[in-house]
Design a binder for this molecule. Sequence first.
Ligand SMILES: C[S@@+](CC[C@H](N)C(=O)[O-])C[C@H]1O[C@@H](n2cnc3c(N)ncnc32)[C@H](O)[C@@H]1O
Length: 211
Amino acid sequence: MADHHAPGFKDPAATWNRRFAEPGYLFGTAPNAWLREQAHRWSAGQRVLCVADGEGRNSVWLASQGLAVDAFDIAEEGVRKARALASQQGVAVNFAVADGGQLAWPEGVYDGVAAIFIQFADPAMRARLFQRIADCLKPGGVLVLQGYTPRQLDYRTGGPPLAAHLYTEALLREAFGAMDLLTLREYEADVSEGTGHHGRSALIGLVARRR
Ligand SMILES: C[S@@+](CC[C@H](N)C(=O)[O-])C[C@H]1O[C@@H](n2cnc3c(N)ncnc32)[C@H](O)[C@@H]1O
């Protein structure tokens, strides 16, 4: 099942609230595999921001690893379920309902940012969002980002059905050119993240450090 449909981009809060109002966790409760693989870049006690965190699977797992986690999402229904997941797992996450395009982003405060499947952003919004993400990191802070590549349009096992929202290596290399790229990898994998992301998928993962 694709997790976005073009009409949903007009009113993302309503669209995502509707999706998250369904029973269960749309993307499951386990963390994203790329995040899990790359989280060793951070150490316990460090401060990490989860961007567009949805129902909390990533923020809750990071908190369980001893990180101090802030997380936001535009969909209050997602944040409600994320709070429930945190309390069920006995961890604390500082959650907020917020639109990444409107948020007063702090600057230079985070040791890490997790940006997992934030491809709701069109190219103009993406440019602003990526800049805010880079700026909110401390020097030495590390971004872990995961998305789909245009090849995902053939698989249709998750992600927006809009080529302009997808990432290529060249796009990410340019967008984060002011940071040190530690890893940038296009790959395919069988993904099993709830019903929202399920099946053979064309993925891209980036890890970059602020200079
Ligand atoms: C594909 S889901 C990924 C959720 C989460 N990162 C994960 O990996 O489970 C995309 C998320 O972006 C959120 N979103 C969409 N537009 C947003 C915006 N302008 N600001 C903040 N969150 C937004 C949606 O509510 C949804 O939770």
